[in-house]
Write a protein that binds this ligand. Structure first.
Ligand code: PLP
Length: 391
């Protein structure tokens, strides 16, 4: 039988992370205690007021189809939030509500690229980028990130790679998997390069509210207010601990939103009605929840970074945003994948090889510290013990 789809399935990169997650689940079912550092979702319950708002919407029968681009009330809340956090107020026609940030990436790429166009993005990357760019038949132009640059993609690296065929620069700050954060200068210069060369910027800002050390988030949208070329993606999954709700949004030029509107109408009709009411509550009311979880994440970051630096053969720079640590394990002499396998089997610690996020992840591991301080301490003790045996 034919494959049946236009894209090439071998381009999809979800398998390595799923392999570790599935194995850890199996070990747990068999009675092993596994410390889980592989999962990229906050371990907090969603905010109580948000749950109440969604429940109320359900009780009131708010259960029908709603407009494909989102309910007006949520668009208004997004307008206000963007004004506060990015300094401009997009029109409602520039906003598209989606079932998560991920569809924003997929539909955003579908709305902008043709087969053969070049897309510039970072390596290591959030694996969805690589999957989608490859699957859609675009040309992958990867920028290697270096630990010496705190894993930041530099504007110079972008300049060197821009060609006539560059259609999109994909930005992600704060970044998954390294936790790196672009500076204001970096972001401004990248936005200017995009303008000079008439290139779209697909800016994945899902961790925009998750920064440490008093750092501020900078968005390339400052230059065009998402009217010309910036397609800004944000959502509720991470900062509001709402991964399972599936709620995100895009702010983009109106013609791009129109294309995404058509795509979403065919693909899913609309984003779940009562979930959107939860989103209104999350943005409109107190942001104490976000502050509260960020207080915990800051403590966890400090604990995991200092702990990892005590593990034989490991060294780890401080992530500045999101909730991922990306330790260098080159001194162990083991390959990332082999090491991740060893640590899962021998130490009962599940983490991901850096290579799950691209070739530049060779010699690194990714640990998500979206777990309790107790689990972090237990995991670090196990890593120290397991590595003392092989280094
Ligand atoms: N973008 C990045 C960089 C992520 O790390 C993730 C989730 O891990 C997403 C997007 C997906 O977000 P959502 O769950 O809202 O689709």
């Amino acid at each position: 039988m034919d494959q049946g789809l236009a894209g090439d399935f071998s381009m999809l990169r979800g398998e390595p992370p799923i392999k570790f997650l599935t194995k850890a689940n199996r070990m747990e079912r068999e009675g092993r205690d596994v410390v889980r550092f592989e999962i990229g979702q906050p371990d907090f319950d969603s905010p109580e007021n948000v749950k109440e708002a969604a429940k109320k919407a359900l009780d009131e029968g708010f259960t029908n189809y709603v407009p494909t681009t989102g309910i007006p009330e949520l668009k208004e809340a997004i307008q206000e939030d963007i004004e506060k956090t990015r300094g401009f107020r997009p029109s409602k026609e520039q906003i598209m509500v989606l079932p998560g940030a991920k569809p924003g990436l997929f539909f955003g790429l579908l709305a902008t690229i043709q087969q053969g166009d070049e897309v510039i993005y970072q390596n290591p990357f959030y694996f969805t980028y690589d999957s989608m760019i490859g699957y859609l038949g675009a040309k992958k132009v990867q920028i290697p990130l270096h630990e010496e640059d705190q894993f930041r993609m530099t504007p110079e690296q972008i300049k060197e790679r821009v060609t006539e065929d560059t259609e999109v620069i994909l930005l992600n700050t704060p970044q998954n998997p390294t936790g790196s954060v672009l500076t204001e200068d970096d972001v401004k210069t990248i936005a200017e390069i995009a303008e000079e060369n008439d290139i779209y910027v697909l800016s994945d800002e899902i961790y925009s509210k998750m920064l440490y050390d008093g750092l501020e988030h900078h968005s390339p949208s400052y230059l065009d207010r998402c009217e010309e070329r910036t397609i800004m993606i944000d959502g509720f999954s991470k900062a509001y601990s709402m991964t399972g709700w599936r709620l995100g949004y895009v702010v983009a030029p109106e013609d791009i939103i129109h294309k995404m509107d058509l795509l979403l109408a065919d693909a899913v009709s609309c984003t779940t009605s009562f979930v959107q009411k939860g989103g209104v509550e999350a943005l409109k009311n107190s942001q104490d929840f976000v502050d509260h979880i960020m207080g915990h994440f800051a403590e966890r970051r400090d604990a995991i970074v200092s702990g990892l630096n005590e593990v034989p053969g490991f060294s780890c720079i401080e992530p500045k945003g999101a909730f991922y640590a990306f330790p260098n394990v080159k001194e162990t002499g083991m390959e990332s994948e082999e090491l991740a396998d060893y640590l899962l089997e021998e130490a009962g610690v599940c983490l991901l090889p850096g290579t799950a996020f691209g070739s530049q992840g060779k010699g690194y591991l990714r640990l998500s510290y979206a777990t309790s301080l107790e689990e972090i301490e237990k995991g670090i003790d196990r890593l120290k013990e397991a590595m003392a045996e092989v280094v």
